[in-house]
Design a protein around this ligand. Structure first.
Ligand code: URA
Length: 240
């Protein structure tokens, strides 16, 4: 993202913005090898080389936290050998490298956090915090109370039992229904496997919330920045 040259110098801790203006006018600053001695020039520090008195200007890495509404058909890996679109292709305007916190299947839509803050990501994924993930799943057939209870108390998938889940029927549909499920684990294809295990395969899956962060009206394929308050809310149990 482009920003004023004096702001970049100040962010790099070289001097105040006002002093930076004086340094620019004095010809002490170069951008891509050329002296810039006028004010008002905008630069993109992610892809331009900025020097002060011949020394490269290095910015502390800005921490970014995004919530993306991932569409179906888009993969969470940063590169896909099969050439499918990746979540990174949806991040227009973001020049830093961010990575997804956990995964959504290629055929699942919904809330995905991306960041370049490894400690934040590690904390979210750590089982100790038991961050809830809430899904809406369209399944085949109408689960009986016994099937819902099995989902709530835990079903065996891949040789181990799932932790307790919250499950409710949201609405009936032709040939099936929509379930809302909240789980606290991030096992591979967990919701699909749980529903299949009780005889109700998933035909459509969307994650609507992660911790206290709901998609709300965020359109599919769009992202928004998370505020510091929202980041804190991910870990606050009273907000789930
Ligand atoms: N459970 C699934 O089955 N798929 C996902 O993408 C996430 C949870």
């Amino acid at each position: 993202m482009k920003e004023r040259l004096q702001k970049v110098l100040a962010r790099a801790g070289i001097c105040s913005r006002r002093k930076a203006e004086a340094h620019i006018l004095a010809g002490r600053v170069r951008v891509d090898g050329e002296v810039v001695a006028t004010l008002g020039v905008k630069v993109d520090p992610a892809c331009q080389q900025i020097e002060f008195d011949g020394q490269p200007v290095r910015l502390p890495e800005e921490k970014l936290y995004l919530l993306l509404n991932k569409p179906r058909g888009v993969v969470c890996t940063l590169h896909d050998p099969q050439g499918r679109p990746t979540v990174v292709s949806l991040l227009a305007g973001i020049s830093q490298r961010v990575f997804p916190v956990g995964r959504l299947d290629v055929d699942t839509e919904g809330a995905l956090i991306l960041t370049n803050d490894g400690a934040f990501a590690h904390r979210i994924l750590h089982p100790r915090f038991e961050i809830p993930r809430t899904y809406r799943a369209v399944v085949r057939g109408m689960p009986k109370a016994s099937a819902l209870d099995r989902l709530r108390h835990g079903v065996l998938i891949d040789g181990s039992r799932t932790h307790p889940a919250k499950v409710r029927i949201v609405r009936r549909l032709a040939g099936g229904c929509e379930l809302e499920m909240t789980i606290h684990e991030g096992r591979k294809r967990q919701v699909r496997k749980m529903c299949a295990a009780v005889g109700h395969p998933v035909v459509f899956l969307r994650r609507i919330a992660y911790g206290g962060l709901a998609l709300g009206g965020l359109p599919v394929g769009h992202y928004r920045m998370l505020s510091p308050q929202e980041r804190a809310r991910v870990f606050r149990k009273d907000r789930w």
